[in-house]
Write a protein that binds this ligand. Structure first.
Ligand SMILES: Cc1cc2nc3c(=O)[nH]c(=O)nc-3n(C[C@H](O)[C@H](O)[C@H](O)COP(=O)(O)OP(=O)(O)OC[C@H]3O[C@@H](n4cnc5c(N)ncnc54)[C@H](O)[C@@H]3O)c2cc1C
Length: 406
């Protein structure tokens, strides 16, 4: 009877534990997380959670508080795992105890990147990764009036939309020459720039920060590379994440940009698997994917291997983002710009709807849609079924997308 120990009780870790039970395992499962309390869903933290009443906290739980007991899963929350001892299969915990395991699953996620300035510790400066970060931001935004968001990726933009809803003036500063440069096609970047500007957000691209200023320990402004100064009483830093690899590296496991695993998420130790945001799995995606889908998929894959249960169907990586009244859905991965990369935009049926179909070397590789769920569903289907879709077909606005399903 193996004892499964999962470090990280968030989207990946909980999905894995849940699938172990659903696929018939009655073996002991222990979930350990350094965060105290019932784990919260992460996606709403930059969206609905920031506007929600504290009394609604339970609606953001990843699983109900009594789910863990019901499933006979031990949740050790508020406890950090400080070392993995592979030789005797034990963990050292921050409460001074040790935890034995038979099979260890690392679902450690990632930590937000911080700016290298001392004023990162000033009051009014925030990052956004977990419930404690979101609570601190929620408290401060109630009394703030001018926000600067550093980073025009999804989290920065979602937070910018939420801050506007609260009536703050918002400036987004992005070092790349367009928003969402790392993850989205140029048309989607332009769409979101216009959307935010239409909501009176100031967008500054192609410029970095050189300094932060603080007075009496509270943030008062930022200085841009061109010398411009922007005053603020709230600063949100959303400049990406760093995968949590230190614990694995200290234990002698192979790491790179994430914990390195086989296609089936096994690390360089056969009794240790890794899942979710902290993983770089061989032969899966060309980059380390950070999404709820990847967390759930990898958790499910590992649980199915342990139990001999049904593995999840291979899916194109998918993602969503909610900003104002727009829902972006994307499937596949948008490659970096190149000679062989072509993006085709189509208007959607709904007002403001749009889809962007990306081809690399004449092959469909990604579909992004805004308020156009039909294009997303059909595009995702074509990607997964490897349908021979041509760019010229998509460019033809008279084409009924449903015909691609045939
Ligand atoms: C604000 C926000 C909005 C997002 N919006 C979207 C969205 O709209 N759509 C989407 O698909 N994805 C979204 N994401 C991304 C998504 O939430 C992540 O991909 C997902 O949370 C990854 O899950 P994970 O379990 O791998 O990692 P995490 O959620 O980071 O969880 C890792 C857990 O491990 C714990 N841990 C780490 N090290 C230790 C240790 N040594 N000891 C004990 N515990 C440890 C951490 O405390 C943490 O709880 C969003 C993320 C954020 C932060």
């Amino acid at each position: 009877m193996p004892h499964y120990v999962i470090i990280g009780a968030s989207h990946a870790g909980i999905s894995c534990a849940e699938k172990l039970r659903q696929l018939g395992s009655s073996d002991p499962i222990t979930l350990i997380d350094r965060l105290a309390g019932v784990p919260l869903q992460r996606p709403p933290l930059s969206k609905a959670y920031l506007g929600a009443d504290n009394a609604e906290e339970e609606s953001f739980y990843l699983r109900r508080a009594d789910w863990f007991t019901e499933q006979n899963i031990t949740l050790k929350d508020g406890v950090d795992v400080t070392a993995i001892h592979r030789a005797d299969k034990t963990l050292t915990l921050s409460d001074g105890t040790s935890q034995p395991y038979d099979e260890l699953i690392l679902a450690l996620g990632a930590a937000p990147r911080r700016l290298p300035m001392a004023e990162m510790d000033a009051k009014g400066v925030h990052v956004l990764r977990d419930g404690a970060d979101a609570k601190a931001l929620k408290t401060d935004l109630a009394s703030a009036s001018q926000a600067v968001v550093v980073g025009g990726g999804y989290i920065g933009l979602e937070a910018a939309a939420s801050l506007r809803k609260h009536g703050l003036s918002v400036t987004v500063v992005e070092a790349a020459d367009r928003l969402l440069a790392r993850v989205a096609s140029p048309s989607i970047s332009s769409y979101y720039q216009s959307l935010h500007e239409g909501h009176d957000v100031t967008i500054l691209t192609g410029t970095g920060l050189t300094a932060l200023t603080a007075e009496e320990g509270h943030i008062t402004g930022v200085t841009l590379a061109d010398g411009r100064q922007i005053p603020c009483d709230l600063l949100l830093v959303g400049i990406g994440v760093i995968p949590e690899t230190a614990l694995a590296e200290d234990a002698g496991l192979a790491v790179g940009n994430g914990i390195l695993t086989s296609h089936s998420y096994q690390t360089s130790d056969p009794h240790i698997h890794a899942i979710g945001d902290n993983v770089m799995a061989e032969g899966r995606w060309p980059i380390r994917v950070e999404s709820v889908h990847n967390a759930q998929f990898s958790g499910h894959m590992v649980a199915s291997q342990f139990t001999g249960g049904k593995a999840p169907a291979d899916e194109a990586p998918w993602f969503w983002s909610d900003q104002y009244d727009r829902k972006l859905q994307s499937a596949g991965l948008v490659p970096a710009p190149g000679d062989e990369v072509v993006h085709i935009s189509r208007a959607g049926k709904r007002e403001g709807g749009l889809s962007v179909w990306t081809f690399a070397h004449d092959k469909l590789v990604a579909v992004e849609s805004v308020n156009d769920p039909q294009a997303y569903m059909i595009g995702k289907f074509c990607l997964e079924q490897d349908k021979p879709v041509q760019a010229a077909q998509i460019a033809d606005e008279t084409l009924d997308l449903k015909s691609l399903r045939a």
